[in-house]
Write a protein that binds this ligand. Structure first.
Ligand SMILES: C[S@@+](CC[C@H](N)C(=O)[O-])C[C@H]1O[C@@H](n2cnc3c(N)ncnc32)[C@H](O)[C@@H]1O
Length: 313
């Protein structure tokens, strides 16, 4: 049992089963034992390799794409160049190197990075030495103004909730305990207004995933771009609308059981790009009609029903 598994087991004993989103958030971002704070995820010695770590061409192409968008939009004199979840800082370093020759781009850019892990912030600071940068816990504190934003393999790291359709409603997949060990179970079926639109394209037994943090982030990006101009390039695994179980663990470059090594394996789920596009469009339509208002941090989703006995899946 990992140290985090023992902490989670104590919590479940005290307060009942936890949603997959709570489990995933603890495993990835727990202040002491969270994966991104405590482990080295990247490269041959880590658990997985991302595109910027394979070839500098990935970041260079993205850099030139951003510079082209900036040029097409009249070269704003000052803009936010932002990255969500910059990992080792490799992608942004490649973007900055590729755009060095674009007259005026670096002078106008203000570099802002959204990163949860203090350990990775230090790695990014070293990779981007010579480029003054600001770090943020979340999108909310990015400055106003034109925004050119990139995110590679960021949204797949955001915690998801999972629901199984039943004839009587939806059952949430939760993490509970059996014989002292973490186990997956389902809550009792209940109607869920937020999934009403999925009754048309799902059948009983189908699994649908939902990422509560994604829509507010996309809404905040869309709002800034609608108001001030800019663009966002989001690269990730996924499609949409969500259908089926894509929750997965990777450890040492191989699939792992999602419950086997809490805090010591990467946990991800496919990104529902249809839902991201819906959230962005909702936000932009809202801007055409009314003045900006604060983005809510959660998406009006009820917390899971009170813990029920855990039937086996
Ligand atoms: C899979 S890594 C991708 C790293 C990098 N973009 C790359 O392509 O190599 C996910 C990154 O997002 C960060 N991250 C994960 N969840 C986050 C959150 N909720 N808020 C901010 N950063 C987060 C991680 O610390 C890490 O830097």
């Amino acid at each position: 049992m990992t140290p985090l598994a023992a902490i989670l087991a104590r919590r479940i004993r005290a307060t009942g089963p936890m949603t997959l989103a709570d489990y995933m958030a603890e495993c990835l971002l727990h202040p002491q034992h969270g994966y991104y704070g405590a482990q080295e995820p990247f490269g041959a010695a880590g658990d997985f390799t991302t595109a910027p770590e394979i070839s500098q061409m990935f970041g260079e192409m993205i850099g030139l794409c951003l510079a082209q968008a900036w040029d097409d939009q009249g070269r704003p004199a000052m803009f936010t160049l932002a990255e969500l979840g910059p990992g080792r800082g490799t992608l942004m370093a490649d973007v900055l190197r590729a755009t060095r020759g674009v007259a005026g781009f670096h002078e106008a850019a203000r570099l802002h990075l959204v990163e949860a892990s203090a350990r990775l912030r230090a790695v990014q600071r070293a990779a981007l030495a010579g480029h003054p940068a600001h770090w943020h816990d979340d999108m909310g504190t990015l400055p106003d103004g034109p925004l050119y934003l990139i995110a590679n393999e960021f949204f797949d790291a955001l915690p998801i909730r999972q629901f199984r359709r039943d004839t009587a409603g939806w059952q949430e997949r939760v993490v509970g305990l059996r014989d002292g060990r973490l186990t997956l179970g389902l809550t009792a079926p209940a109607p869920l207004a937020a999934l009403a639109h999925r009754r048309a394209d799902t059948s009983p037994g189908d699994i649908v995933e939902y990422c509560p943090a994604a829509a507010p982030i996309i809404a905040a990006i869309a709002a800034r771009i609608a108001r001030h101009g800019g663009g966002a390039l989001i690269v990730d695994y996924g499609s949409g609308p969500s259908l089926g179980d894509t929750f997965q663990a990777i450890r040492d470059h191989a699939p792992d059981d999602v419950l086997a090594h809490p805090g010591q394996a990467d946990l991800t789920a496919h990104v529902d790009f249809v839902e991201l596009a819906r959230a962005a469009r909702r936000r932009q339509r809202g801007y055409a009609r009314r003045a900006p208002r604060r983005v809510r941090s959660l998406n009006g989703w009820a917390s899971p029903p009170a813990p029920a006995p855990l039937p086996a899946i």
